[in-house]
Design a protein around this ligand. Structure first.
Ligand code: GLN
Length: 481
């Protein structure tokens, strides 16, 4: 396996390059789709796709080639994408990788999906993920675990393990994932690809199977910042359906040099931080200073509150949101004489262990809220963390950190619940505050596994975040050489 890790040479496929090739006439969309389909067949053992739509994709490819010839093609003509199995596309089965949603065929498309299709992207399929996006290793899925293309004995991270592995293995140009506590960035880091969690409320959540409404965001995973930007440009903005967007959508015009970069000093003291990643990160900071960046160490006293905060808020919202899965409106129903027994049976048999754990945690918090006020206090502390983070972004242009404390671990290795939850220790922050964050891949670990550098910025600073990430790519390569 070690050999596989060391000799797995990836050829990242980017849409930007292919778009040029379509324009030059050296590649057709149909040919591109066929090539992806072949790679999917060859990499079947990775268990990435939940369902694929070969015929439909090929037919659309032919149509889009025609549009390209006519000059009527949209901005994303021939971009081949796949969707996490929690984002709806009209008429195509959706399971959220859960038994309880077997047979569910949505009657509408999510806003992000509809917008991508309008611009002539092609959807190749739905991708395996953790059940209802709950997990950080893509091990909790009715389809079984997804394998990391760099080393199949390791996890892909999660919950968007399928989307990250799909891009890493070259199975499509781009994927849409969702990020509630790190589910786009953490698997992107584990699989060596680019992943972005947008500002909360920039991208409509309409058509996303809800996990925790105040934390969830849809976002892209690709092989370049350029491709991230192309997708963000299309999927961002109000749609009249997700009402958190209407009131808050505004692009902030923060005048900044883009040269002031902060980092949390105490995050680097986290005991589980891999020493190689820590060394790498410290060298990166040094290099940035040498290159004229102002690097600001920050003591962020709220780090220890992030996991408890996340656990209280996400599970309370999950317990409430998942009430709707009763076998009556969606998916599979287990029959029983009494309707109450039918619901009980449907939920007992339909949900997997991690989903049940979150529902129980959330309901425990809610039942005890009057007595202990866990939820009320979590909301207050969350507001405090938001305010303090806003202040930080008045001083620095970006915050930077490793995306994860370690590289991808071996499958089924993390037996303790808390140990699993700590996989997102570096990513929770951006969901709790709503700030945008991107994970940029780094290839410098002695295991041969990739890891990520996370960059976050003030609200609606996606464009600046992406140009900054592009700007530091040469530095990321230079560190350690
Ligand atoms: N691993 C975290 C959880 O299970 C985050 C998941 C996510 O971002 N969807 O809650």
């Amino acid at each position: 396996m070690l050999l596989v890790a060391f000799f797995y040479m990836r050829e990242p496929v980017t849409y930007s390059e292919d778009k040029q090739a379509y324009a030059d006439g050296t590649l057709s969309v149909e040919k591109r789709v066929r090539a992806f389909l072949k790679t999917i067949e060859n990499r079947k053992e990775l268990n990435v796709f939940a369902r694929s739509y070969e015929k439909e994709a090929l037919q659309r490819a032919v149509e889009i080639d025609e549009k390209l010839r006519n000059g009527t093609a949209g901005a994303l003509a021939g971009m081949v994408i796949a969707l996490k199995d929690n984002i709806v596309w009209k008429g195509h089965e959706l399971n959220a990788s859960s038994r309880i949603l077997e047979g569910y065929k949505p009657s509408f498309s999510g806003t992000a999906v509809a917008r991508l299709l309008e611009q002539d992207a092609i959807i190749l399929g739905h991708l395996n993920c953790d059940e209802f996006a709950m997990g950080s290793a893509n091990e909790f899925s009715k389809y079984g675990r997804v394998k990391n293309p760099y080393d199949p004995s390791r996890t892909t991270g999660g919950s968007s393990g399928g989307p990250a592995a799909a891009i890493s293995a070259g199975l499509c140009h781009a994927a849409l994932g969702s990020d509630t506590g790190g589910s786009i960035r953490q698997p992107s880091a584990f699989c060596g690809v680019f992943g972005m969690k947008p500002t909360y409320s920039l991208v409509s959540r309409y058509g996303l199977v809800t996990y925790a409404s105040s934390l969830d965001q849809i976002g892209p995973i690709t092989n370049s910042t350029d491709d991230l930007k192309r997708i963000m440009d299309v999927i961002s903005g109000p749609d009249g359906k997700d009402h958190t967007l209407v009131s808050s959508f505004r692009k902030k015009d923060k005048k900044s040099s883009g040269k002031v970069v902060g980092y949390f000093k105490n995050l680097l003291e986290y005991e589980k931080l891999d020493p190689e990643i820590k060394d790498y990160f410290n060298s990166l900071l040094k290099l940035m200073k040498n290159q004229g960046y102002r690097v600001v160490p920050i003591d962020f006293p709220y780090l220890d509150y992030l996991l408890p905060l996340y656990n209280v808020i996400s599970t309370v919202e999950a317990a409430t949101n998942l009430e709707r899965f009763d076998g009556i409106n969606y998916g599979k129903r287990e029959s029983a004489k009494e309707w109450k027994d039918s619901i009980r049976k449907t939920r007992s048999q339909g949900f997997g262990s991690e989903v049940k754990r979150k529902i129980m945690m959330g309901n425990t918090v809610l039942i005890n809220n009057e007595k202990y006020g866990f939820y009320d206090r979590a909301v207050k502390v969350r507001n405090l963390v938001k305010r303090e983070t806003d202040k930080i972004f008045e001083e620095v242009d970006f915050l930077i950190s490793p995306t994860t404390p370690a590289v991808a671990h071996k499958a089924w290795q993390k037996k303790e619940v808390i140990e699993r939850y700590m996989a997102d220790f570096f990513t929770f922050h951006a969901n709790i505050t709503g700030h945008p964050a991107v994970s940029v891949p780094v290839f410098a670990h002695s295991t041969g596994m990739p890891f990520g550098i996370q960059v976050s910025g003030c609200f609606f600073s996606e464009d600046q975040l992406l140009s900054f990430s592009e700007q530091i790519l040469p530095l990321l390569k230079k560190v350690g050489h």
